[in-house]
Design a protein around this ligand. Structure first.
Ligand code: GCV
Length: 713
């Protein structure tokens, strides 16, 4: 068979116009678009030898079968396992492969780690191997991805190891099945039916996660309910852990810091109290009796009303170390969140985590990793990287990204979060000179961390398509990919996602990729241009609320952050203001410290700027702000137009769903523009510059616009 020319044939399959509800995510395995391509891959997929037996091998076999059925629209013969040894595709651990096959790999496998895999094309055969079952599973998904994206098998020569050890989803799921900041329905964990009923969705969840390398899931909200640590729930969590184990996914739980008081009436939760320490040791023993490979605890303490070591005059290290000691003997870890701040602390909120944790560098036990949000505030559309990433050489830090879009329009806005994450991951902390990127901090290469990790706050719920917006599946997908390797090219990630989820049709790929790669800047422009932040509506954080003020906690208002008056707007974080900038390297102080050089995306994050200040664009601040809001709206309309051009190429179910959400996005982009410009315009007292559309309503309309039961609270 001639194996090169088939990839340039025209796109002719009508398959994509079939109804598709999105449930299969990027594991669509839709049929090949023409006979030649189908035949090419069938040669391998019908002659596959899977060597070895284990629960994970069973998962691999099932996945190959599922893929086969999708690709060829028929049942595979004899479970895809070639009888003879003439197989064209070999899948097996190095130690299990027959000698002659292993010999063909030569010594090319020496760099294979615990979870890594290699796929090579050698003399007409594809050999997929690994040191562990899980490595094999990852390799299987990698191979299927190559087939889904129509890559040539002859070119396979890949050895992959994950760069980061803990690749975690964090579910902010409550035991009553509501999801904090969840916009895709209810929690997928049906606690009432567990442990007896293992829903197919749990299995598909595990498949999807394994396919992108996620190896841990913290299944409960960080605003934790201590009940999850009781036998009633441990039994249920254990059932999930059993279901996920063959997929290489460990279960973690959130620990409420005062659980000893709540569950067993201890008089204190002081981490230095021997009875409290013993309580946690006993609790750890109990948990491990249910879940022998329990991953450990994720903890939110001393933040937004959660109890913590501060209640007893202790440090974050005291709290984390107590829990870490309890799980250490079992190989467990503690992920201790750095999202610690307090309305009574008089300093700028964004300074507080650094001020608290920096002095504790090196004071945590070896099995503690401090989990830090990407920016110092709270998942805003755009923030500079968190200064702790440049400051903790002796304490492993892990990243916390928000995959769910709390402050980003929630589920109805299409925004490619990978663009934001890449910006943060590639930021230079200068901790050890130029090139000390956040990604090198995370993968441990910069400071030689023994523990490395990255977490994403899940956007998954009971919606049939998992994530509300079909395109938010891309954020889950990209998160896994970047967790595996934070230096991966996000354009490639987007492209693979489109190809696997929608189509290999070049028009679809190009158009969707164009939308995705532009979507982030567009959203920032219509929500928070020029470094504005925290100007969302109170509490549910949906829609604009630049007027939000008062109400008990200043650091939860908008006015705390933009401090607008008739003269100026913005937060001075230089030496003349809160000096939060001092938490960054000198190199950044030079870039951000000066109002004249600061990149415009962080202007009002770091500076207080007069409305009439002339900017490098030639516009004054007011004009620039107004023009950016307008540009954002036009960007959203452009996305809508681009999408509509694909009507013939996408199945109607997903096409219409996305089109309808884009209508919402355009309306809400206009809402953001009009509300913010009307509100800020009262202070600038300048007219809208030419090119900016007049608002649809007056300010009162927006001030009084209220909606009940906005999801996610
Ligand atoms: C889980 C923000 C969100 C809260 C969230 C908190 C956190 O404040 O609004 O819902 O609580 O971050 O990350 O702990």
């Amino acid at each position: 068979m001639k194996k090169t020319s088939i990839f340039i044939l025209f796109w002719i399959s009508p398959f994509f116009l079939h109804a598709n509800d999105g449930y299969k995510l990027w594991l669509q395995y839709y049929p090949f678009e023409n006979h030649a391509i189908a035949t090419y891959y069938r040669d391998y997929l019908e002659n596959t030898k899977l060597v070895g037996e284990s629960a994970t091998h069973e998962v691999i076999r099932n996945e190959l079968n599922t893929a086969f059925k999708g690709f060829f629209e028929k049942e595979p013969a004899s479970q895809l396992v070639s009888e003879g040894d003439n197989a064209l595709l070999w899948i097996g651990k190095i130690e299990d492969l027959p000698k002659d096959i292993r010999a063909q790999l030569g010594n090319k496998n020496t760099a294979l780690g615990e979870e890594g895999y290699l796929i090579r094309y050698i003399k007409g055969k594809v050999i997929l191997s690994a040191n562990t079952d899980i490595g094999l599973l990852y390799g299987t998904f990698a191979l299927l991805k190559k087939i889904q994206t129509r890559q040539k098998l002859e070119e396979l020569n890949e050895l992959e190891n994950p760069r980061i050890q803990l690749r975690m989803l964090n579910h902010w799921d409550n035991l009553n099945r509501t999801v904090e900041r969840g916009y895709a329905g209810f929690s997928i964990w049906n606690w009432h039916r567990l442990p007896q009923h293992i829903d197919q969705q749990y299995i598909d969840y595990a498949r999807a996660n394994a396919s992108i390398g996620i190896n841990g899931t913290s299944i409960t909200n960080v605003n934790a309910n201590a009940l999850v640590l009781t036998p009633e729930y441990l039994e249920k969590a254990a059932a999930l852990a059993d279901a996920f184990r063959p997929y290489g996914i460990k279960v973690y739980l959130t620990a409420r810091f005062n659980a000893p008081m709540v569950l067993d009436n201890l008089p204190t939760a002081d981490p230095l109290d021997p009875n409290v320490q013993q309580w946690w040791k006993d609790k750890a023993k109990e948990i491990y009796s249910y879940i022998p490979d329990f991953g450990g605890f994720l903890v939110k303490a001393d933040s937004e009303g959660q109890p913590g070591p501060h209640n007893y005059g202790r440090t974050q290290a005291d709290g984390a170390n107590m829990l870490a000691e309890a799980v250490q003997a079992y190989g467990g870890i503690v992920m201790w969140r750095a999202f610690v701040y307090n309305e009574h602390t008089p300093t700028d909120r964004i300074r507080q985590a650094y001020d608290e944790f920096k002095p504790l560098d090196g004071k945590f036990r070896d099995n503690v990793i401090v989990q830090v949000k990407n920016g110092p505030l709270d998942f805003q559309p755009r923030e500079p990287f968190h200064p702790l990433f440049g400051a903790m050489q002796e304490t492993p830090l892990m990243m916390e990204f928000q995959v769910t879009k709390e402050y980003l329009g929630q589920d109805t806005h299409w925004v490619n979060l990978a663009s934001m994450w890449e910006e943060v991951l590639q930021s230079d902390t200068y901790a050890k000179g130029q090139g000390s990127t956040v990604s090198k901090v995370l993968d441990g290469s910069l400071h030689d961390y023994k523990l490395t990790g990255i977490a994403g706050v899940s956007n998954i719920g009971t919606d049939r398509n998992w994530t509300g917006h079909h395109t938010a599946q891309a954020d889950w997908y990209a998160f896994g990919n970047l967790a595996w390797n934070p230096n991966q090219n996000i354009e490639k990630i987007a492209e693979y996602w489109i190809r696997m989820t929608f189509s290999n049709d070049p028009e679809v790929v190009q158009t969707m990729k164009g939308i995705m790669l532009n979507s982030y800047e567009i959203l920032v422009d219509y929500m928070t241009p020029l470094g504005l932040h925290h100007i969302m509506a109170r509490s549910h954080h949906w829609g604009p609320g630049p007027w939000v003020t008062g109400g008990g906690r200043d650091d939860w208002t908008a006015t705390y952050y933009h401090k607008v008056n008739n003269d100026s707007i913005g937060f001075d974080r230089t030496e003349t203001g809160s000096n939060a900038m001092a938490q960054y390297a000198q190199e950044w102080k030079e870039v951000w410290g000066n109002e004249e050089n600061v990149p415009m995306e962080f202007l009002l994050w770091f500076h207080r700027v007069p409305w009439n200040k002339k900017l490098s664009t030639g516009n004054n601040l007011w004009e620039e702000m107004a023009l950016r809001y307008q540009k954002g709206v036009e960007g959203a309309r452009w996305m809508q137009k681009e999408w509509s051009s694909l009507e013939e190429n996408i199945d109607p179910g997903r096409f219409n769903h996305i089109a309808s959400f884009l209508n919402i996005q355009v309306n809400e982009a206009e809402w953001w523009r009009d509300a913010c410009l009307l509100y800020f315009g009262q202070f600038s007292k300048m007219p809208l510059p030419p090119g900016v559309e007049a608002p649809k309503h007056d300010l009162n309309y927006y001030l009084n616009f209220k909606r009940n039961f906005v999801p996610g609270i």
